[in-house]
Design a protein around this ligand. Structure first.
Ligand SMILES: [Zn+2]
Length: 195
């Protein structure tokens, strides 16, 4: 949320930057202020930059600004969040696995991170351990293939697929049934059950 004066400042920016605008028409100015005020100032400012960069003739529609806003994130510029196109059963889409190893003499347990070389998320961890969410490491991470052979990897895959199947099962049975026939019900949508 931003202050009203900040929202007005942003609308003034749009007004000055774009050749064509409709801010003189009744209600338009107020509507933009009202819409923009619901968002964070800095991020919306960046969204306006991005929209103007594409087209500085026409004032971008509110819907476009919101779209751009959602595209900007709090992560530093140039850092794009990588996601897997397909589910990676080997690392459960985490990109890495943790293994525990007991020191043979002291008995202390150590945790190691190994990256998953089979998916996009995993490859982002290949060089820089400091990127691991929640498991920061200053060292280079080896691939899990270094510690696991084919059998071990197959076992990981099977375990994750089983876990995943369980997670899907916990979704309400009706939803699941509909999913299997390729339909899904939006959460806010309800219909009358005739019994
Ligand atoms: Zn993976």
């Amino acid at each position: 949320m931003m202050m009203r004066t900040q929202a007005e400042k942003l609308v003034e920016r749009l007004k000055n930057a774009c050749v064509f605008h409709r801010f003189d028409e009744p209600g338009v100015y107020a509507e933009y202020v009202r819409a923009l005020a619901q968002y964070d100032y800095d991020r919306m400012n960046a969204a306006i930059d991005a929209a103007i960069e594409e087209d500085s003739r026409n004032v971008p529609a509110i819907s476009l600004l919101i779209k751009k806003y959602k595209g900007t994130s709090n992560t530093p510029k140039g850092q794009v969040e990588i996601k897997n196109d397909e589910y990676c059963a080997i690392c459960d889409d985490r990109g890495f696995v943790l293994i525990k190893e007991k020191h043979p003499e002291t008995g202390t347990t150590y945790e190691y991170i190994l990256y998953c070389p089979y998916c996009n998320v995993g490859r982002t961890y290949a060089y820089d351990g400091s990127q691991c969410k929640g498991h920061k490491s200053q060292y280079k991470i080896p691939p899990l293939t270094k510690c696991f052979g084919d059998e071990g990897i197959q076992a990981m895959r099977e375990t994750n697929l089983k876990k995943r199947a369980k997670r899907i099962e916990t979704i309400s049975p009706i939803k699941k049934e509909l999913q299997t026939v390729g339909k899904s019900i939006p959460d806010s949508w309800q219909y009358d059950v005739p019994f």
